[in-house]
Design a protein around this ligand. Sequence first.
Ligand code: PXP
Length: 245
Amino acid sequence: MPKLSVNIDHVATVRQARRASEPSPLLAAHEAELGGADGITVHLREDRRHIQDDDVRQLRQSIRIPLNFEMAATDEMIEMALRIRPNSVMIVPEGRREITTEGGLDVVALADLLRTAVNRLTNAGIATSVFINAEARQVDAAAMIGVAICEVHTGPFAQSFTPEGTSGEHTAALLERIATIGSLIRDRGMRFNAGHGLNYRNVQAVAALEGVHELHIGHAIVSRAIFVGMQSAVAEMRALCRRSG
Ligand code: PXP
């Protein structure tokens, strides 16, 4: 069964809607931990639209489960990661106008820039991952620049479900592609993680993939937490991952 790292960015999105102090991402992280989360992920965006610098600092000091720090490979964010020392860093592309991360990093095109970032983080003892589309050339490039972990973008797979939750051949082909890329990642000696767009309807197929180490899920869990609370929302997602194998 894969581990589950819960992305709590959207708890901060609600808080920032009022520039208030609640709901608290810190409390959300503690509740997620009680619900069985194996880790917490936060994305500190350049525009600080949800998570703030203080959130990352406070989470680092107070949660007991691993903190995964999602960021763009800018000098500002690398410096921040080196100060905060999260358990892992996940490097993503970042666009100011995007609503959420839209696609994987082009590791092939950005290899030189990313190699420098990965070296700095790895030398500081921080496990570093890149978020990539399910493409073999991206896996090869990631291995070349020395990353420890690749997170495969499950967005296209998730989007292939109809609003009613049904899926067809296209979905099966997209899942097969994630599986193939996952085994390539492991063959190249890296850890295979997956995430984006996963929810209570589609998670089981991804959780059942051979060798998938950790899933990163945010929007669906925070959305469900509004109705049932964070502990239960996380526990339900964990139960689905457990039943997938
Ligand atoms: N993985 C990455 C790289 C992401 O950027 C995000 C969204 O912040 C997630 C996983 C989680 O995606 P979702 O919120 O759709 O579960």
